[in-house]
Design a protein around this ligand. Structure first.
Ligand code: FE2
Length: 387
């Protein structure tokens, strides 16, 4: 390789965006080992209700138990391995956009031999099997998945036995986010709209794109018209701690920068007029205006494809008002989102070239550099290329 004098930090190598082997390592060491934001609690409102999601190629049942708490199980019968809800893949569903949902009533019945489990995962009945014949029902509970909630969101953990280890709780993973967002009434909010996008790009391309605003001036002219700060100095000097100011007279993400909706109760002076954003690795992104929140969950489907669910959350008081219309925020976001996903797909296509080995992070992309650190702490990186 020809030596170059530039001192820019290099990105992850090309294989991290294309290789099935690296993706398999990510599945094992990240998606199966970290808390993964999978939706809003209100998607499973009543005891017996369930939702099926596909996470790291595993089909997972999220169930509301009798006591009102959420539980999650692998969608696998302990008898012969049949799926309990016979979903072939993550079939799009009108309500969730991600997987089927419905109600089990009081029990989860396998369609194969009718082994039936209680909502707490314990095996309740296995037809014609008697305990006196060396068959003990308490040895056949469903395989559990960890589930925790924060701010109305629920998070899943595919290896729950490891979450008791110090530093592996959901609170550890959320780190400073709950503190920074403490005045936003996130738990009370409700999704008025959900848009699900299919994006032909590696999940890290999307996270890296969310992490920097160097691209904003070129990719998001409408957004920069409302938030001129995003195009200043390549978005390198943005004060996310106190929020990003809008143009004079604007205070939210809509084409006009305004909305008839009231700001959330409890926000401080900055939060009523500024925009905040958070990213929780590996798959959760929050963008917060004074009157609405765009909540993104990424669902990696392979090295080359990511499903993205975007929930638009509003205060129930506003939703209940006659004439409530979320489209000022939703249409604006949909435009910005499509600009992002389109440029991410363009990056993925460009990186496939035989001349591309790795890219570079500009100084204002230091948060994207953080992805290299995050991955490197979990998957061995090859030696840094000679420069
Ligand atoms: Fe963007």
């Amino acid at each position: 390789m020809k030596a170059i004098k530039s001192k820019l930090e290099v990105t992850l190598p090309k294989a991290f965006y294309f290789s099935d082997d690296i993706y398999a390592q990510e599945k094992e060491r990240i998606f199966c080992r970290e808390w993964f934001c999978a939706g809003r609690q209100e998607q499973v409102p009543n005891p017996g209700d369930y939702l099926v999601v596909e996470l790291a190629a595993e089909s997972i049942l999220v169930v509301r138990r009798k006591d009102g708490t959420l539980a999650a199980y692998y969608n696998v019968c302990r008898h012969r391995g049949s799926r309990l809800v016979p979903v072939a893949t993550a079939e799009p569903n009108a309500q969730t956009g991600l997987g089927p949902s419905g109600t089990f009533g009081s029990g989860i019945r396998c369609p194969y031999h009718a082994w039936t489990y209680a909502l707490d995962g314990s095996l309740r009945t296995a037809p014609f099997l008697r305990e006196e014949e060396a068959f003990y029902k308490d040895e056949f509970a469903l395989h559990p998945v960890g589930v925790e909630t924060w701010a109305g969101f629920f998070f899943l953990h595919l290896t729950p036995s490891e979450t008791q280890v110090a530093g592996r709780s959901l609170q550890d993973q959320l780190d400073g986010v709950p503190g920074r967002l403490q005045r936003y009434p996130l738990r009370e909010l409700r999704a008025a709209r959900r848009i699900v996008y299919e994006v032909a790009a590696n999940w890290k391309v999307i996270v890296e794109n969310y992490n920097e605003c160097y691209h904003c001036a070129g990719v998001h002219p409408e957004l920069c018209a409302i938030v001129p700060q995003f195009k200043k100095d390549g978005g390198g000097d943005l004060d996310w701690e106190h929020g990003i100011p809008h143009k004079e007279g604007a205070f939210t993400f809509s084409f006009s920068g305004t909305t008839p909706r009231a700001p959330f109760p409890g926000l401080d002076g900055d939060e009523k007029i500024r925009h905040k954003g958070e990213l929780v690795y590996p798959n959760f992104m929050l963008s917060l205006s004074a009157d609405h929140v765009a909540a993104f969950t990424l669902w990696p489907r392979g090295p080359l494809h990511t499903t993205i669910a975007c929930d638009f959350l509003f205060h129930p008081t506003e939703i209940a008002k006659p004439g409530f219309d979320p489209s000022d925020a939703v249409d604006f976001w949909d435009l910005v989102n499509r600009q992002d996903w389109s440029i991410c797909e363009n990056v993925q296509r460009g990186m496939s070239s035989r001349v591309f080995e790795f890219g570079y992070y500009a100084p204002m992309e230091s948060w994207s550099l953080d992805i290299r650190r995050y991955i490197g702490e979990r998957i061995p990186l090859p030696a840094r290329p000679e420069q």
